[in-house]
Design a protein around this ligand. Structure first.
Ligand code: 3UK
Length: 510
């Protein structure tokens, strides 16, 4: 089905104001620890005031870029909508970024305005002298006389959204740097509406009484969609947590009666140990994305909670999830099928479509797609109108896509193709292993050999015997040639702020 959008479109009108206009203003949209509850009318009022501060006090004109900085909290959501209403471009940043990284984002995005949570003011202040392009900054959540809230109080709760074109840009999203330097992508108002018309409408199908919760930052498009925009497609509510590690998530799921959880595979593995407690909550839908979901994690979650996980592959370049399957159509080991609206295929080095069962490169096409700020980068991701995500996949005869590895995480050892995640999955099934990462390291005889970096569970001893036991375990669970010829123990593994393994850092330690 082709999605049609009117020429003039502001996604804030569709996702926020429409609910108030249609009589749903009293429904709750956001809850947060500490007792804060905002209705759709409250969020609209806050966002309208922020839009006026941006336009009238800070001199924003449509098309200006606005840096947003905060952990997941209600004011961040209000600022996001304030920027979109004013016709600006939201440039949300990961809370943990340092001055150097902020400077790069502000330079690259030519960011002129910033709205920043006072608790994250320091690194932005350090960056500021080096980025003259950034001309107006307001802080919030600080109760200060020159803060954003004081300025908001001087404006009304009414604002007519800027009449943007459907293909005006409204988001600059930065990739999380799984494979190196973050890249900037652009998305339009219609892309936001398209993402909302795909995964939520066809796979998740939320109900108005659903309560969304989860861990990904709103600065990561996985979190922006799952924890803010998707619940708003049906007038449902979301719980925003500044800290959302497994213990805080569990506690908040219980306290807020959350029904719909968005988090990553690692978090599901940790939470599974508390399955008996989750069974007593109304939790009913759980979405996993960001990293491959091992069949064992899917089974472990089902066993612990009774809930079938919804896996979905998304990318910052694609805005959100494009291959997935709902609970009734999931297959162990498969990410799912192309979501209606998207087309997906597996291609070989020459760009020819691979037959079912053959591993190749994933290519996707649909209502959203990659637009890098850097023209030179574009050709590396989009070829002949197809987005190449950098993932190795195979498709079966029924159109189910099975993840193998990032294409640069395919190890070739003595002529064999070995996918890092498959060896990691096998290792993770050993009771002594907490987390692990598998890479190929150069080897004179074999070209590359498989090497595993292993974090042991507390109380387990790092020893040659343990390494041997892990190698034997892998040889017994998958084809023996895939076993890690080298094993190194580590206290932790390098991860991005979105929780993804950075295997490249293990390959070339700086
Ligand atoms: C990997 C997966 C296997 C894959 C994202 C949902 O992760 C997101 O965006 P990023 O730009 O990374 C994209 C890359 O991550 N990946 C994501 N999901 C899966 N691999 N199974 C999965 N389910 O390598 C992809 O190319 O950080 C995820 C929604 C929005 C997002 N931005």
């Amino acid at each position: 089905p082709e999605l049609q959008f009117p020429e003039r479109l502001n996604c804030a009108t569709e996702l926020l104001d429409r609910h108030v206009a249609e009589g749903r203003g009293n429904r709750v949209v956001i809850r947060a620890p500490g007792g804060l509850v905002w209705t759709y009318a409250d969020l609209q009022d806050q966002a309208n005031r922020i839009a006026q501060v941006l336009v009238q006090d800070m001199g924003l004109v449509p098309g200006n870029r606005v840096l947003l900085r905060a952990p997941n909290n209600p004011m961040l959501a209000a600022c996001w909508f304030g920027v979109i209403k004013a016709g600006g471009i939201a440039v949300a940043t990961m809370p943990l970024l340092r001055a150097k990284e902020l400077k790069a984002i502000i330079d690259k995005g030519q960011v002129t305005h910033a709205l920043c949570d006072a608790q994250l003011a320091e690194e932005l202040a350090l960056a500021r002298p080096e980025v003259p392009v950034l001309r107006a900054v307001r802080h919030f959540n600080a109760d200060s006389p020159d803060g954003l809230e004081a300025a908001m109080a001087r404006h009304s709760g009414h604002f007519d959204n800027v009449d943007t074109a459907a293909d005006d840009c409204c988001i600059f999203a930065f990739t999380s740097g799984t494979t190196g330097v973050p890249k900037a992508t652009m998305h339009f108002h219609r892309d936001v509406m398209a993402a909302c018309a795909c995964f939520p409408r066809h796979i998740l199908r939320p109900q108005p009484d659903d309560v969304f919760i989860g861990s990904p930052p709103l600065a990561f498009t996985f979190g922006l969609g799952g924890l803010l925009l998707f619940p708003m497609t049906v007038g449902a509510s979301t719980v925003l947590l500044e800290k959302a590690g497994p213990p805080q998530l569990l506690e908040a799921i219980q306290a807020f009666g959350a029904t719909t959880l968005f988090t990553a595979p690692t978090s599901y593995r940790t939470l599974a140990a508390r399955g008996h407690e989750l069974r007593k909550t109304p939790l009913r839908q759980c979405v996993s994305a960001g990293e491959a979901l091992p069949a064992a994690t899917r089974a472990q979650w089902k066993e612990a909670t009774g809930i079938e996980l919804i896996d979905g592959i998304g990318a910052t370049e694609m805005l959100h999830i494009f291959i997935s399957a709902d609970e009734a159509h999931s297959r162990p080991g498969a990410t799912g099928r192309a979501i209606p609206g998207y087309r997906a295929k597996v291609i070989d080095e020459a760009g020819r479509t691979c037959p079912p069962g053959v591993v190749g490169k994933l290519a996707v096409q649909g209502p959203t797609g990659c637009r890098y700020l850097d023209d030179e980068r574009q050709a590396g991701y989009v070829k002949d109108g197809w987005n190449l995500t950098g993932d190795a996949y195979l498709m079966d005869a029924d159109g189910y896509f099975f993840y193998q590895a990032r294409t640069d995480d395919m190890i070739i050892s003595a002529g064999y193709n070995i996918a890092s995640p498959e060896v990691e999955e096998a290792l993770m099934l050993h009771p002594a292993v907490a987390e692990c990462a598998v890479i190929g390291v150069p080897d004179e005889e074999r070209g590359q050999i498989v090497k595993a970096y292993v974090v042991l569970r507390p109380g387990q001893v790092e020893s040659a015997e343990m390494a041997q036991a892990l190698q034997d375990h892998v040889k017994q669970s998958i084809a023996p040639y895939k076993y890690p010829r080298a094993v190194e123990f580590r206290a932790s593994l390098p991860r991005t702020q979105t929780g993804k393994l950075q295997r490249f850092k293990l390959k070339d330690p700086q």
